[in-house]
Design a protein around this ligand. Structure first.
Ligand code: SF4
Ligand code: SF4
Length: 423
């Protein structure tokens, strides 16, 4: 029985929200990659799948560099695919058995592959491993997320469970940790499948988590495993836990066995403008517009496009592109998205729903009022910096009060990081 945390929301769970449908594949004719600098290609150059084109950036397809342009913060590189998927011959897989690999060799392989946390935590995975060596007792592969529509991780896990298990074993070896758990919602198809697959493993087991949102954020996840509350602002390793997203495990496994760097990921294209869920393995750099076209016909007129889920996502346009941390592109109709911004009333009607559902036991309505009144010190004293940005208070507010957004603004001014969501 999973630990059940206070607050949160239980969302509808039907066949279109479980990640159990087919995992599709899609490769666009053209994709756009972003690099900080130090380009290793010129316009007209032929590139191959996995070939480095800049530091930490690799071509996801074989084809031709069609354009290079300056953009804010760096350079964009447009690659036209030839559809052949020809691999870069310089890819080097790990030639040793895992038990013979040193920590340094594994970290080096992960660093060379340009792998970052693929669940929203954007930092270098190699750096994270190096930081927590000797501090953790358990490594958690996180697939506990329950934000509506966003089923990319579950789809990736159900498609490649062995890659997740073996990726987790690579983490265990690098960290010098003997216990690994895969966190999945209790009662899910993935929980059953992985329990069967890991039943004879002395090192890997399944952690059944609450089916409520936000079961996948690190404070809830650490509680699910230890039964203890992580102190606000504390690193998960203070309770012996280090967490990586499911798709990060798969990327690490691929880098290890084939030398392929991080060039693709599974993304959900969904929302109530589609009749079902559509999870697709796509190259990094695919435009959101191409992704939406690939997902097929819509059943409703979209009024809002989100990069991410309906609670944490941010509005975006069709010209955006898939990055290593892009989890979902949602199209929402007026019924789900609500009216336009001008319809939003900032008035709190004191219904108390946000207080009931806040997983951090805050009083979001009071914090909201204090921030609006310019009483930021009092808002901080009321716990505003302990907000994990789950988005529940804004999502459920009948007055559509932008509570989460105001608190996020206050936190940004106080340089307070959000709690990482690895799911
Ligand atoms: S966004 Fe913050 S204040 Fe709102 S429910 Fe989540 S944790 Fe509580
Ligand atoms: S949910 Fe909205 S209206 Fe209800 S108490 Fe919270 S802020 Fe006020």
């Amino acid at each position: 029985m999973a630990y059940v945390f206070r607050g949160g929301i239980m969302f509808r769970d039907d066949k279109t929200s479980r990640g159990e449908g087919d995992l599709h594949r899609f490769e666009p004719k053209k994709l756009v990659l972003y690099a900080g600098g130090d380009l290793q290609v010129d316009v007209g150059a032929r590139v191959l799948r996995g070939q480095p084109i800049a530091k930490g950036v690799f071509s996801p397809v074989s084809g031709t560099v069609a354009d290079i342009a300056d953009v804010p913060g760096g350079t964009s590189v447009t690659v036209e695919s030839d559809g052949e998927g020809a691999l870069f011959p310089g890819l080097v897989k790990m030639h040793k058995k895992l038990a013979e690999c040193s920590t340094e060799e594994i970290i080096g392989k992960i660093r060379d592959a340009g792998i970052v946390g693929m669940g929203g935590e954007t930092g270098s995975v190699a750096d994270r491993i190096a930081d927590v060596i000797g501090k953790a007792d358990v490594c958690i592969a996180d697939c506990a997320g329950r934000e509506p529509y966003v089923t990319c991780d579950m789809a990736a896990l159900l498609e490649r469970p062995a890659a997740v298990i073996n990726g987790l074993k690579i983490f265990l070896r690098a960290l010098g940790v003997r216990r690994g758990v895969i966190a999945v919602p209790e009662g899910s198809a993935a929980a059953k499948k992985l329990t069967e697959m890991t039943k004879n493993s002395g090192m890997i087991s399944v952690l059944a988590t609450s089916r409520k949102y936000p079961a996948g954020d690190e404070r809830r996840l650490v509680y699910s495993y230890t039964g203890r509350e992580l102190a606000h602002g504390a690193d998960t390793v203070s309770l012996g836990c280090v967490i990586f997203n499911i798709q990060t495990c798969i990327a690490v496994y691929d880098a290890f066995v084939s030398g392929l760097p991080c060039v693709s990921r599974v993304v959900t294209v969904g929302g109530d403008c589609f009749t079902g869920e559509y999870n697709v393995d796509v190259p990094i750099g695919t435009s959101f517009g191409d992704l939406i076209d690939a997902a097929g016909e819509m059943c409703a007129e979209p009024v809002l496009m989100l990069n991410g889920g309906p609670l944490r996502g941010i509005p975006c346009g069709a010209d955006g592109t898939v990055g290593k941390t892009t989890r979902a592109i949602l199209l929402l109709s007026e019924k789900t998205a609500g009216g336009s911004d001008t319809d939003i009333s900032p008035v709190c009607i004191r219904c108390g729903r946000c207080v009931t559902h806040c997983p951090e036991r805050l009083m979001p309505n009071r914090i909201y009022d204090l921030i609006r009144d310019g009483k930021t010190e009092e808002a901080v004293a009321a716990g505003a910096l302990h907000c994990v940005g789950c988005g529940i208070c804004s999502y459920i507010c009948p007055g559509k009060a932008p509570v989460t957004e105001l608190i996020a603004g206050l936190k940004a001014k106080n340089n307070s990081p959000e709690v990482t969501d690895h799911d």
